[in-house]
Design a protein around this ligand. Structure first.
Ligand SMILES: *[C@@H]1O[C@H](CO)[C@@H](O)[C@H](O)[C@H]1NC(C)=O
Ligand SMILES: *[C@@H]1O[C@H](CO)[C@@H](O)[C@H](O)[C@H]1NC(C)=O
Ligand SMILES: *[C@@H]1O[C@H](CO)[C@@H](O)[C@H](O)[C@H]1NC(C)=O
Ligand SMILES: *[C@@H]1O[C@H](CO)[C@@H](O)[C@H](O)[C@H]1NC(C)=O
Length: 678
């Protein structure tokens, strides 16, 4: 675009139409070239009102199309449909928030003459005969606020992709996905402006549709992602783009605030500051006679005052209700470790989605900034329903708060609400290790960092098992629970399922928790979590860090076969090249002997027989290169992994608190419920 043109457009503050296949409307004032039909009009404020302004109330249609047809086909030889992107901001206003209809459809069509189409559920696009007819040549993305079972609608608040008919190829309840991957509903009839992105990628023949409230950034995961392999059959060489809208028996205004479209690259971003606002919600009766106003004004004024006071009181009550906690008498002694919910609420901006650090099987983790101190914390929200055992559980949590080690994420305290437990931890600047191992965006973690993190985790686990006043079983060691502080030290975090018992005591059987791939097979048999089951998970964790792969990879990711990392590394070892399992992304940037020792050590930790696994003290010694660990590991061969533990590894003096396992008979074994995360 020429600078001069740009300035001119700025001056005029008009729509931008720069080139045949790309245009932007930040508001529709002066967008005279759009072809409007039916009830559609542009308001003085610059809103494009598709329906709602005509005075007619029922069965209204409104259309607005870009005047020129666009060349959607790639090349004259009938090559596929070209990629295109579009984004628009819309608002649906009805006098009822729960009743509006029927909807708006972003439309790409071979015609812009819809005089024969029906209103209401036909959205002004089809009629009984044209619906479902291949000759229609229409692609539409519908924002549908009425449930029409005839077209297999999913609900009365959905987004659907339609090709030549109103029975959607794909549909979803209106909403969006948070960065953490959870789905949030949006109500199309909430009278709030929302933005939609419609993007067709010719390479993948994929149409992505994304929705969010106005001014919110575009969610990375689209609401709908549909393969449209035969789209070119539905497209003529020249197609019109625009919008169609219709109402049924409810008077509803369907507005567009802005729109941009492009057949060459990304559609221009809308300039939110230039968009017109939706009209305020007014009582439709307000247009009545002056007389009525004279009588009603004082009455409604006083009603308003009363209502305001009532609302204020209700609001205050509700405000307090938001902060209600669950406190019982027995908690008095834990007072100092208890956080006020109000503070945690403030710290996380009301547990706002923007503050979510991660989502796990047990709950969401939020970042928080404590009011007052300004201290950064991580807050884990865990669902809990059982009253039973809560006292013991909290007692344990508070005990865990006394753990102090440079490789442990400090647990600061807790807060309890009905059905909800909040655990407050120190905030770790660099987040969890799994992000570094698997996120595309992060640089590859180098060998020295990996070794340093593994050593840190081992040292933290040794502290839990042997060096603290009680034995702490972490029960959920894995890469996503190893957090990295500002110096990239690995620290064990998330003690949400940890168990304590006294040194020398027998651990009790409990519900089995843990994560698939890190679960000691012995644990599923005995139900007894002990230090050796943590060692198993630690072994799986070390393999994960060295190989840069998850302990169990689903079929798709591993090229057709479910890949169990332990078996895979064992295979590499048997074939004589154990270092072949090292993360290829390191590009050979690692010490082969170190890698070999680490992999063997990790395999030994994941030995089927708990008695064959080393204790953490031993592991730490080996990692530090002391205790002749290398030599012992050198003696190890793949065969040792199948059978009973080699003699030279059992009954090691260094493992004095190695828990002697007495396997209960099958009848005494509990049948624990297994809870997997991920
Ligand atoms: C048109 O087709 C060519 C080759 O098939 C492809 O490289 C190009 O990206 C397509 N252009 C668009 C706009 O889809
Ligand atoms: C349906 O729409 C088509 C195309 O617009 C039109 O020719 C036809 O007359 C319409 N049929 C009815 C029943 O309205
Ligand atoms: C979201 O919408 C679905 C389908 O209409 C409904 O079942 C669910 O209760 C809604 N959830 C929320 C939180 O509004
Ligand atoms: C693609 O569309 C054409 C023309 O409408 C039709 O003849 C053909 O059967 C369609 N192919 C598939 C796979 O749906």
């Amino acid at each position: 675009m020429h600078v001069a043109t740009f300035l001119l457009l700025l001056l005029l503050d008009l729509s931008v139409a720069n080139g045949a296949d790309e245009f932007t409307y930040n508001g529709f004032a002066g967008a005279g070239e759009l072809v409007l039909h039916g009830a559609a009009s542009v308001t003085p404020d610059g809103l494009l009102r598709l329906t709602g302004g005509s005075g007619e109330t029922a069965d209204v249609k409104g259309h607005a199309f870009y005047p020129a047809p666009l060349g959607f086909h790639n090349g004259s030889d009938g090559g596929g449909v070209r990629s295109f992107t579009s984004t628009f901001v819309f608002g649906i206003m009805s006098s009822f928030t729960d009743l509006a209809g029927h909807g708006i459809a972003f439309t790409v069509s071979s015609t812009r003459d819809f005089s024969g189409a029906a209103a209401a559920e036909y959205l002004g696009l089809f009629n009984r005969t044209t619906n479902g007819d291949r000759a229609s040549r229409i692609l539409a993305v519908e924002l549908d606020t009425i449930y029409t079972p005839e077209f297999r609608d999913i609900d009365d608040n959905h987004v659907g992709v339609d090709v030549n008919g109103l029975e959607s190829v794909a549909a979803s309840t209106a909403g969006y996905y948070t960065p953490g991957g959870s789905f949030k509903n949006l109500s199309l009839t909430s009278r709030r402006a929302m933005q939609m992105w419609v993007e067709y990628d010719a390479g993948d023949a994929r149409l992505d549709v994304t929705l969010h409230q106005l001014t919110k950034p575009k969610p990375t995961r689209p609401l709908l992602s549909v393969k449209l392999t035969n789209l070119s059959a539905a497209f003529s060489d020249q197609m019109y783009v625009g919008f169609s809208s219709s109402t049924g028996s409810h008077e509803t205004s369907h507005y567009l605030l802005g729109w941009s479209f492009s057949l060459s690259g990304m559609a221009q971003q809308l300039d939110y500051t230039k968009l017109p606002s939706l009209p305020p919600v007014t009582a439709t009766a307000a247009s009545s006679k002056h007389m009525a106003v004279k009588i009603w004004l004082p009455v409604s004024l006083s009603l308003t005052v009363v209502a305001t006071i009532v609302m204020f009181l209700l609001f205050r009550r509700q405000r307090r209700a938001i902060y209600v906690e669950l406190v019982e008498d027995w908690e008095v002694e834990f007072g100092p470790h208890r956080f006020a919910y109000k503070d945690l609420h403030k710290a996380t901006k009301g547990f706002h989605d923007d503050m979510v650090l991660g989502v796990g099987g047990f709950g969401k983790v939020y970042k928080g900034v404590m009011p007052g101190s300004g201290m950064d914390v991580a807050i884990k929200k865990v669902c809990h329903d059982s009253k039973q055992g809560m006292r013991e559980f909290i007692a344990e949590i508070v005990s865990l708060g006394r753990l102090r080690h440079r490789n442990i994420v400090q647990l600061l305290g807790y807060c309890r609400r009905k059905g909800e437990l909040l655990l407050v931890y120190d905030y770790m600047t660099n987040g969890s290790l799994d992000k570094y191992l698997y996120s595309k965006g992060k640089p590859v973690l180098n060998w020295a960092h990996r070794i340093h993190i593994i050593k840190g985790a081992a040292s933290g686990l040794l502290y839990l098992h042997e060096e603290w006043e009680q034995v702490v079983i972490h029960r959920d060691i894995k890469a996503s629970n190893v957090l990295l502080d500002s110096n990239m030290n690995g620290r064990l975090g998330d003690f949400g399922v940890a168990r304590l018992y006294d040194h020398g005591a027998e651990p009790s059987t409990t519900t089995i928790v843990g994560t698939m791939g890190y679960l000691d097979p012995e644990l599923t048999r005995t139900g007894q979590a002990n230090t050796s089951s943590d060692v198993f998970a630690f072994g799986a964790f070390v393999l994960e860090v060295v190989c840069g792969r998850r302990p169990v990879q689903p079929r798709a990711a591993a090229g057709g076969e479910r890949l169990v990392l332990v078996d895979w590394v064992l295979r590499a070892w048997r074939s004589g090249e154990i270092t072949g399992a090292v993360d290829a992304r390191l590009g050979g940037g690692y010490a082969a002997d170190e890698a070999e020792t680490l992999l063997k050590l990790a395999l030994l930790c994941t030995h089927r027989l708990p008695a064959a696994r080393p204790g953490m003290r031993r592991v730490v010694q080996w990692l530090d290169g002391g205790g002749g660990g290398g030599d012992v590991l050198d003696l190890l061969s793949p065969g040792h992994m199948d059978v009973a533990a080699p003699a030279f590894l059992c009954h090691d003096d260094a493992d004095d608190d190695f828990v002697a396992l007495s396997f209960p008979s099958a009848s005494t074994a509990t049948s624990p419920t297994t809870r997997f995360t991920n």
